[in-house]
Design a protein around this ligand. Sequence first.
Ligand code: G3H
Ligand code: ZN
Length: 282
Amino acid sequence: MLVSTEQLLKQARQDSYAVGAFNVYTLEGVRAVVSAAEQVHSPAILQVLPSALELVGTALIACCLEAARQAAVPMSVHLDHCRSPTTITGALNAGISSIMADGSQLPFARNMDFTRRMAALAISMQRTVEAELGCLSGTEDGITVADRKARLTDPDQATDFVDHTGVHALAVCIGNVHGRYHSPPELDFDRLAAIADRVSIPLVLHGTSGLPDAMITRAVSMGVAKFNVNTELRDAGIAAGGRYMRLSEKPELVDRMQTEIEAMKHPVIAKLVLFGSAGKAP
Ligand code: G3H
Ligand code: ZN
């Protein structure tokens, strides 16, 4: 069933678990996430990146919305990392449940201004808004932020940012990285505690792929209510599809699709269990 992202996050916070938001690009990805969530009776979020929308248009949002409506568990559809007001407006008009207005690469005042304008628009349409304070390093959606340009979230700025923008959820930068971790992940839990102390809205952690399980469960216990997962699921699908094509004498597209769906379901199920959301769907 299709529900609002705010409702999913509120419920997660109230019951001390987190919701997984999984990036999907194809129908196989959508099917994998829905089927995994149904299998373990978990709520989940289907999220799409602007690059995928650029390629296939808002039909991808329509596909996710319909899959969420048909799902036996509560789900919503989220626009991930978007810097373009035009794309945000298009996604909202296409019925998306929530947006991430991503001004994280802008200086603080401009990030706040951009986020406030996008939040006002989304809220006027009763949608949920996530924003990011600080800036993550790594590569996402073809955009690379070098380590030296990354900024950790300043807990003192977080209060102002949330108060002035009206967002429903805040993505924090505490040492998490998009894509692959090139050295063992180090999360600044003291910083997370300071942010959680000052801000009452649900917190979001990006760059979940590659984070050790213990860090994830610790982050949940400290107020993280949404985890974004892209690389682990995308890599599993690509690898399985490639393997199928190499090993099959007479490849069939529908069999490759099925192989990819099954392969992507595994990391999704593992994460839903880890986030504590498995078994939480009514
Ligand atoms: O917005 C999406 C993510 O932050 C995903 O990060 O590719 O490291 O899982 P990941
Ligand atoms: Zn991200």
